[in-house]
Design a protein around this ligand. Structure first.
Ligand SMILES: NC(=O)c1ccc[n+]([C@@H]2O[C@H](COP(=O)([O-])OP(=O)(O)OC[C@H]3O[C@@H](n4cnc5c(N)ncnc54)[C@H](OP(=O)(O)O)[C@@H]3O)[C@@H](O)[C@H]2O)c1
Length: 355
């Protein structure tokens, strides 16, 4: 049977990987309609997928386009903007009134469990588990990043049980994606770009904050695994319990310490690796890392959220994914650390440093 999918964000990093994995899935046939912002993007996506999809032109602000597509399709995969409230409301409106069984796979991000920016703060020992900590996750403060949209999405299944809702909440995503347009991530590439602009790599204060991470190809497999299980009608956590961190787990993990586990990183260590690669490439005059105040970083980046990207702790464990049979392949730390250099090389090839 062919299942009809509506996807947002498929010219992007996450959405491109998910689209690729849907189109290459061996168990199901998907007829995909992708929301794209303009004709140029549509043409590029069509060419690069060998006309394997349909496109619809529109933005997340075009509520009527979104509602129409949500009503028409069996599966909705939302990967475009985890903070866009009006499109989440449009998705909710369309789904709440829908009689046909529908699957919604929504994207969030683990800044939702991030802590505050504070000088002298230590690495946190607080770890969130997507199964055991689910009540805490469901009652996170409304002012946490991404939370306003999460709140809308997580209530949909209560309003209409015909809609199976899962939220995939990725940590720091790394690796080059199999997507069709933008194929590298944001957090580390932005740090690389801003370090060049700053003429020195930097951390937020001392940089001793821990985050979990996930390879984009592992993440894509999690999306498609969930679609597969829900299509087959298998019982997997969904609705308010359907929260899936895009991060890894540590088998038989002992007590949590202030040191990152092998499936996590310290942002200060990432800054040091960035300093090293930029220094080797003569883009900065020292490999040392400057300790900057959040305000200076926000100014450098021209957006207020920037220091939160590298100045918070966000430690998560993807228990739910593992329980449903997700088998991530890029858990070895070398993939994450090599990923920094790979991002740099990709950016260099694209001419990011030749201006
Ligand atoms: N990368 C990570 O590590 C990570 C981790 C967790 C959560 N997230 C969040 O997940 C979301 C996607 O991340 P990403 O890294 O895939 O971002 P990305 O590479 O910038 O891709 C964003 C995608 O959404 C589309 N889009 C954005 N705003 C839109 C709008 N107003 N109307 C229509 N389409 C729109 C973009 O279209 P165009 O091609 O036209 O720009 C692109 O296809 C973001 O909200 C991000 O904050 C990212």
């Amino acid at each position: 049977m062919v299942s009809k999918v509506f996807i947002t964000g498929s010219t992007g990093y996450i959405g491109g990987q998910v689209l690729h994995d849907l189109l290459h899935n061996k168990d199901h046939q998907f007829e995909v309609t992708a929301l794209v912002r303009n004709e140029t993007k549509a043409k590029r996506l069509l060419e690069r997928t060998n006309n394997g999809i349909k496109t619809v032109i529109g933005s997340l602000d075009d509520a009527s386009v979104i509602e129409e597509q949500v009503k028409k399709n069996d599966i909705v995969v939302n990967t475009a903007d985890v903070d866009h409230v009006p499109s989440a409301e449009a998705i909710e409106r369309a789904l709440v009134g829908k009689k046909e069984q529908t699957i919604l796979v929504h994207t969030s991000g683990t800044s939702v469990i991030g802590d505050e920016l504070r000088k002298g703060k230590k690495p946190s020992t607080k770890v969130y588990y997507d199964d055991e900590s689910i009540d805490e996750i469901n009652t996170l403060d409304h002012n946490q990043p991404h939370r306003p949209v999460d709140e809308i999405i997580l209530r949909i299944n209560e309003k209409n049980p015909n809609v199976k809702v899962v939220v995939i909440c990725p940590s720091a995503i790394f690796g080059v994606s199999d997507g069709y347009d933008k194929i590298i991530s944001a957090q580390i590439p932005i740090l690389i770009n801003l370090s060049v602009a700053n003429k020195q790599a930097f951390s937020v204060y001392h940089g001793n904050y821990i985050w979990s991470h996930v390879h984009v190809k592992d993440l894509g497999e999690l999306y498609v695994l969930l679609v597969d299980k829900l299509l087959k009608g298998e019982s997997v956590p969904q609705g308010r319990k359907g929260y899936y961190f895009g991060s890894y787990v540590v088998e038989n993990e002992g007590p949590i310490s202030e040191k990152p586990s092998p499936i996590e990183h310290l942002w200060g260590d990432v800054s040091a690796a960035v300093g090293k690669v930029l220094y080797e490439n003569k883009l900065v005059s020292t490999p040392d890392v400057a300790q900057l105040e959040p305000g200076k970083i926000a100014q450098l980046a021209s957006f207020d959220f920037a220091p939160y990207l590298w100045g918070t702790n966000s430690r998560s464990r993807a228990n739910n994914g593992i329980k449903i049979g997700w088998k991530p392949k890029f858990t070895d730390p070398k993939y994450f650390w090599d990923g920094i250099r790979n991002d740099f090389e990709h950016m260099k090839k694209e001419g990011a440093f030749s201006k």
